[in-house]
Design a binder for this molecule. Sequence first.
Ligand code: ARG
Ligand code: ZN
Length: 879
Amino acid sequence: QATYLKDYLPPAYRVTHTELTFDLDPTATRVKARLHLERHPEREAGLPLVLDGEGLTLKQVAIDGQPLEADEFEADAHSLTIARVPERFRLDTEVEIAPDTNTALEGLYRSNGMYCTQCEPEGFRRITFYPDRPDVMATFSTTVIGDRESLPVLLSNGNPVEQGELPDQRHFVTWEDPHPKPSYLFALVAGSLEKVEDHFTTQSGREVLLQIWVEPENLDKTDHAMASLKRAMRWDEETYGREYDLDRFMIVAVNDFNMGAMENKGLNIFNSAAVLTHPQTATDAAFQRVEGIVAHEYFHNWSGNRVTCRDWFQLSLKEGFTVFRDQTFSADVNSAPVKRIEDVSFFRTAQFAEDAGPTAHPVRPDHYIEISNFYTLTIYEKGAEVVRMLRHLLGWEDFRRGSDLYFARFDGQAVRIEDFVACMAEVSGLDLDQFMRWYAQAGTPEIDAHGEYDYATGEYHLRLSQRTPATPGQSEKLPLHVPIRLGLVGTKSGHDLTLKLADAAGGSETLGKDAVIHLREAEQTFVFQDVEEAPVPSLLRGFSAPVKLRYPYSREELAFLLTHDSDGFNRWDAGQRLTMLALDDLIAAHRNGVEKVMDVRLVEAYRSLLDEPGDDQAVLAEMLTLPSEAYIAEQQPVVDVDAIHAAREFVRQSLAWQLRDAFLAVYRDNQNDEPYAPTPEQIGRRKLKNVALAYLMSIADDEAIGLTQAQFKNSGNMTDVRAALTLLAHSDRSDLAEPALKAFGEQWAHDPLVMDQWFTIQVTRPQPDVIERVRFLMEHPAFSLKNPNKVRALIGAFAQNRVNFHRLDGQGYKLLADVVIELNRLNPEIAARIITPLTRWQRFDEERQVLMKAELERIRGEKLSPNVYEMVERALADA
Ligand code: ARG
Ligand code: ZN
């Protein structure tokens, strides 16, 4: 049963105020709800009241204090319908729910004995009967009753206004949230938790109490999240003029959580993996991820909560904008070029793959079966790229004015994506009608670029053409409005040349040395005048649009950009392109059974990078990192898993042999004895050092092994320990791998987040014993299919292990399908997520296609949740 955007209607009745009382019990929690309802002014009188409700046992229902007779209402598995209601009334219901048996982790459930909630997008209907849609916004007053001993802490949104003792060793706390909110932002937490507190004074002088609530053994892992929160609060004031609006802001860490975190008003609930850090247990990447997610959820307080979405088709309104905001925040407080490189390489690998597969959808989809399936890279990351393009088109000042207008105009409302874009158009005077196609058209646009320099006239002609390939349900595509940031780098001077763009009227406009041009047509030629020397174009700087851009660069031109481009991102990208050219040759050689020969120009390019390391170690580390197998696969018409793996390993080892001394020197120069701190500077050094070590270990001579083992044994931080353990565990020598894995597993058996890493390291080994190992580890006491982090760490990570997941005996596919079938019953949302690699069958050779489709068919034969059903149907649609 699909829901369509075109069918949107405002709700028949809206809720002005909601009063909830929870009497907590593991198997029989009572939820009383008193809703103050009134007819929606835009809907006709006399409509029935239909409330959403999933798996609720209804005990009582009353209108304005009058209990309803059995023939006055109808309750089925998904809703409660009351045919006749007044224009304005009070509805009381009481239901019973069972948090303990809730393995879907939506609604109210228990994690390690603690009660918690996840309501976005449609979890609230598993708690009580309600118009569970984001355009119904109400103030909430919530009373939580629980056992005093086992549940000393009782939390909900807003401010605590009353608390007290009750008979039978029970107690209660009442919370009031004065800001009207949709049900998806509701939260409740109850447990035996401890807190770390801090304070923040806002721009206007308001004192805010900050609390992070965790299980007692994690009290020493909250410093970084707290510091990140304070940085984020300050940054949002300074950058977007957004101030916090309640007296307290709480974060709670939960072990069992489907996603990263959730922005519930005043009470953010986090997957413990997205909030807890300690130098000994979390890597630098984890520290940075925590910083970004804490900021993301905090930023939602304005982009999402104060201004929310009219319906779930608008999900990217809050997610795209908020991801853009958190990306910019992380760039500002860390190395900006590195942040961009990381985000773009992930985007071009994973979002491009989504766009090219059977589940491709626009940033604003027009229909869905299960909205939980749409928390995707397209909604989040491509949505953020679309907002970033607006920023490029408007410039920061106008963009900020548009953002201010948006928050002022729509505060307290549930709105649409066009409302956001209209603010941007209004403040800038730009016509953004064509730009709106970015929200409606799925697929990755492909841009072909050709440049020609005329020595006689000094003119440079840049011809650009764009096309977007067909995606499921969308065969016709229209040209998009694409901001292309570019520079022309002089081949003699090595510097950016002034850009003087000819216009249609015969005049010209001087744009500076780094500018944004607007591609709007299917084909368009831009003429730059008075170009003093032959240039190499540096196109799509900073990845100014989410497109594939092709330009017939020679290897010499790429090597030139690698050292001369003034844009750090494009310098890196030139290196990636250069490496890809070499890899293409090697993949072809592998396939044709020809001897592989290393491209000396690539070796020289890497040598020059190592010889002049520059001052940003993290950028250098990125430049020295080979494109991942997944990224390389994205560039191939038909993915040849083994050829890609062989070609990449060949490049890695060739570089290691030829540049061994340079890598050794880099490794030694970037050792660091300072106490651990997650500063950009230290993180850069560790990253660079560990990249060098990885090259050295690809040869695995005695010296490399000695260094790796020493690092594994002696290092005091998880970044270095994990890097070393990974190299040992992934080496061909089981005498190196096994003792290290054993020692690590024993040392950290008590820490679930570290055990997740231990699982991942083992199942990403290239050796062929991995499938047996996955099955074996699924029986390990630290593993549980009910914990999403464990599923991701073991099964999700294994499916990224390309040579093993795609084994030709089909055992990898079978393993994943087995898990999907089991999870379909336990946790449909997670099941529908981990199935993704199987849905990408079209990209592989015939033999693998057959195997993958057979597993999809086997899953289709089960009794499926809507989540998995939708994924499988889309995957097999044109099989
Ligand atoms: N709004 C949350 C965030 O992006 C994610 C919630 C996703 N929930 C879900 N059931 N998929 O911060
Ligand atoms: Zn979000």
